[in-house]
Design a binder for this molecule. Structure first.
Ligand code: MLT
Ligand code: ZN
Length: 458
């Protein structure tokens, strides 16, 4: 049987299972599912299947499994490590139609939703009930809950609230044999056997396809203050971090950027420079409370005043958004300039300044025309290393940066996952026993390697 006939046979069976209009074979219809936000990853899918329910996801998995056709699982397609982009011969299984969002259970402080619901919709639903879902990042309007769970997304609030894992009370997943694993009771105390929910969180679609989730919520802190602070160096910015931790219980985010990022964003977005002079380092701080936290933010800033070169504080929604935009516009501004090599890494917080110095000097020594942009989440040592210049498929800069990460005792993936982008470097920061355990789990749950093959483990 030729490849074309085989594909048509699969397409026909899928059409019968989920409806012909939800099986996209036409290249124009597939196109939006075949390349990613960063512009670095693309690939041709056999077809795109868009099931609407967990049962339909199960049917798609069984039909693909019967023919040994691997599956690329995709949510909002905002990933940065190529994990959701099809490799040749893969079917894209898009979860965006699993978009039902339940009512908030205010007593349990939980909400249940389909994998295709966006982060923003969950946040809005929670806030209507006086609660909040405290994982947040710039792609909130498109990123889906299934993707957040698959990658254990972090974001700006992680230093205070932890990562997505901490907010998943239970989930439902379709396994590689098409069976459906349901653990949606949302019990806080539930030690009956292995933590299967925890295992699936962060497994990047390689062990099961998350189709539903029960999410924990936290009381909404409606009063907010955001400050933008300028420093001569990232070391100096640590003074403000220390002061916030000591004096501002309302402190919930401290994201940083550097001079080159500020210039890039202002040019791309047409923003005014925030201060009369350009500075080496900027930190966007957010405090949130039941009552206006501006005084707390001000007291912390006063403690660090020797280090602060300039500052602006906003309490109204537009002003807060405008200050955050200097940081949150980095990703799109970089993409407007080219295809960046994006390396989302963590190093111990104290090592961030020397890590950044090494990255800048070693990248420029190896690739004199490369441009380095560093920004990230100050509270947790999460640095987003972005390099413009090297061709998308050149691995020199990735190799160089990830080896520096290993040297500092960091992790090659902080919050974006390993995907296909970093799979070859996994052994830099995971030892042989850890990788053997990961392979054993993958083999046990997906012996045919149907689900997101080549992601995390090569
Ligand atoms: C961010 O913090 O802005 C996101 O993780 C995306 C990025 O790395 O640009
Ligand atoms: Zn980030």
């Amino acid at each position: 049987m030729s490849q074309i006939e085989l594909d048509q046979g699969l397409a026909d069976e899928l059409a019968e299972a989920i409806g012909a209009e939800h099986v996209l074979v036409d290249p124009d219809l597939r196109a939006g599912f075949e390349h990613d936000l960063t512009g670095r990853f693309d690939g041709q899918a056999l077809l795109v299947a868009r099931p609407a329910t967990s049962d339909e996801v199960s049917r798609v998995v069984r039909l693909c499994g019967k023919r040994g056709v691997p599956i690329a699982v995709q949510g909002g397609n905002t990933g940065m490590v190529g994990g959701a982009i099809p490799r040749p011969g893969e079917v894209v299984l898009s979860l965006v139609r699993l978009d039902d969002l339940g009512p908030v259970d205010t007593l349990a402080q939980q909400v249940e939703c389909g994998a295709g619901v966006t982060l923003e919709r969950v946040q809005e639903r929670a806030r209507e009930a006086g609660l909040d879902f405290p994982v947040d990042f710039a792609a909130r309007g498109s990123a889906t809950i299934g993707g957040l769970i698959a990658t254990n997304a972090g974001g700006s609030l992680a230093a205070r609230y932890g990562m997505t894992r901490a907010w998943v009370a239970g989930l439902e997943a379709v396994l590689a044999d098409g069976s459906i694993m349901r653990r949606l009771r949302g019990l806080l105390k539930d030690n009956a056997g292995y933590d299967l929910t925890g295992l699936l969180v962060g497994s990047e679609g390689t062990l099961g396809i998350v189709t539903r989730a029960r999410l924990r919520l936290t009381p909404l802190l409606p009063a907010r203050a955001v400050g933008l602070f300028a420093f001569a160096s990232i070391e100096d910015a640590f003074a403000l971090l220390d002061a916030l931790r000591a004096r501002a219980p309302s402190f919930q985010a401290a994201d940083y950027l550097h001079r080159e990022g500020m210039e890039l964003v202002c040019t791309h977005r047409g923003f005014p420079q925030p201060f009369r002079e350009l500075h080496d380092t900027y930190v966007v701080v957010e405090c949130a409370g039941q009552d206006d936290p501006t005084d707390e933010l001000g007291e912390a800033a006063a403690l660090a005043e020797d280090a602060i070169l300039d500052s602006a504080i906003a309490t109204d929604a537009d002003g807060r958004r405008a200050l955050w935009a200097y940081r949150e516009s980095h990703n799109e501004s970089l993409s407007s300039r080219g295809v960046p090599h994006k390396m989302d890494v963590t190093v111990p917080l104290a090592s961030v300044p020397s890590f950044e110095r090494d990255v800048r000097s070693e990248v420029v020594a190896a690739l004199p025309d490369a441009e380095v942009f560093l920004y990230g989440h100050l509270g947790d040592g999460n640095v987003h290393v972005n390099v413009l210049g090297p061709p998308p498929d050149d691995r020199t800069v990735d190799d160089l940066v990830l080896r520096i990460v290993a040297h500092y005792g960091g992790s090659i993936s902080a919050e974006h996952g390993v995907g296909v982008a970093k799979a070859r470097w996994l052994s830099l920061t995971r030892d042989d026993a850890e990788i053997a355990m990961m392979r054993a789990i993958k083999r046990a749950l997906d012996p045919q390697s149907l689900l997101n093959p080549g992601r995390i483990l090569v």
